[in-house]
Design a protein around this ligand. Structure first.
Ligand code: NAI
Ligand code: MG
Length: 359
């Protein structure tokens, strides 16, 4: 097993350092290799995703990614900006399934903007399709309208499209993920208005017949947005397209209180994956040693579960994180009265200590 470690910029280097400590204490047999990505790679090599970094990622079973970006690169041409590294990795590794769990730890229920009873014990998984939909569909552009409400006016257009194989493969990913959980999938669409999503829904039903043990239901995206804040615990696995998933996964993230707690995974059809916290490089707190490393540490757990077949080690990390929260340790983003404020390194050390205490 080979893991590529790409810390990136800002708090990326600080939080990945803690995640690497956690990986090392598990004493599994794998090789790791670290490389520059994002702004750090731009500074050293003039490109956010150098050939050497991309090749390392391609050759690895999994990539542990920190975060990239900084305001200071905003003036660069688009192709050289740090964020392009993520898009380049997604594209070159063929990552099409984005997993964003929204888990609300009992110890943090007060941090949610929803009432504690609505989120206590929340554990849902949003699966977003990453390669298709209106974000990438051609044609797109600007032109002079020849029809519509205002012929002759300037207009802009994008195209929503999904091909059968694209929908089939994300459907299989969702049903298989549900099998490892509570065997329920909610497919979110807008089939009442959009042909693309009627097609999506039809294929979900078809593929679902291969998984008779998994219950499938369907929800329109507007209702799903509502239900996520009304009764989020009703969901288990939610699968949806690129745009709806972009929006709903951020909405779901906020149910849990802090973005500093949320891991993510992006997988291809070989279960090779890129694992990263859901947040960015947080330039406002970078270099201060105060960032929450738990989203990255929990991303390591996802990596072990989904790409490296080490379910037991993944469970151990998750219970170590829970133990540390139960002991009252908090970084600034999740701190509240009566808990102990710690820095990035102390939090990482505490998770390592909790892992050691398990054995
Ligand atoms: P952000 O996620 O970096 O920060 C948003 C807010 O959350 C900030 O106040 C930050 O201090 C806080 N925060 C984020 N992670 C935290 C953690 N682990 N612990 C404690 N507090 C945390 O998003 P923002 O500010 O919109 O973007 C900053 C930079 O990151 C930009 O250059 C952006 O393009 C980039 N970015 C990169 C991503 C990636 O690498 N995948 C994803 C999102 C943004
Ligand atoms: Mg987004």
């Amino acid at each position: 097993m080979k893991i590529a470690i790409l810390p990136g910029d800002g708090i990326g280097t600080e939080i990945v350092a803690e995640a690497v400590k956690v990986l090392n204490v598990l004493d599994l047999s794998f090789e790791t290799e670290t490389a520059l990505v994002g702004g750090a790679a731009y500074e050293a090599h003039g490109h956010p995703l150098p050939e050497s970094t991309l090749n390392l990622a391609k050759a690895a079973d999994a990539v542990l990614f920190g975060a990239v970006g900084d305001w200071k690169y905003d003036k660069l041409e688009r192709a050289l900006r740090p964020e392009q590294a993520i898009l380049g990795l997604r594209k070159n590794l063929g990552l099409f399934a984005n997993f964003r769990p929204a888990i609300c730890y009992e110890q943090l229920t007060h941090a949610s903007s929803l009432k504690p009873e609505l989120v206590a014990g929340l554990d849902i998984l949003i699966i977003r399709e990453l390669t298709g939909d209106i974000y990438f569909g051609q044609p797109r552009g600007r032109r002079t309208a020849v029809d519509g409400l205002f012929p002759g006016a300037e207009e802009a257009f994008d195209t929503m499209r999904y091909s059968r194989p694209e929908v089939e493969r994300i459907a299989h990913v969702a049903f298989q993920a549900a099998r490892r959980r509570n065997k329920r999938v909610t497919s979110v669409d807008k089939a009442n208005v959009l042909e693309t999503f009627q097609f999506w829904k039809d294929i979900m039903i078809e593929v679902g017949q291969q998984y008779p043990d998994v219950a499938l239901d369907h929800m329109y995206v507007d209702n799903a947005a509502m239900q996520l804040v009304k009764a989020p615990k009703k969901f288990d696995v939610v699968v949806t397209g690129n745009m709806f998933g972009d929006i709903l996964s951020d909405e779901a993230a906020m149910l849990t209180g802090s973005i500093g707690m949320l891991p993510s995974a992006s997988l291809n059809d070989r279960n090779q994956g890129l694992y990263e916290p859901s947040h960015g490089s947080a330039p406002d707190i970078a270099g201060q040693g105060v960032a929450n490393p738990l989203a990255t540490i929990l991303s390591v757990a996802m990596m072990l579960r989904y790409s490296l077949n080490q379910t037991e080690a993944a469970d151990r990390i998750e219970s170590a994180v829970s133990a540390v929260l139960s002991a009252g340790l908090r970084t600034g983003d999740i701190w509240s009265e009566g808990t102990k404020r710690v820095g990035t390194r102390e939090m990482g050390d505490a998770v390592v200590a909790a892992l050691v205490a398990q054995t």
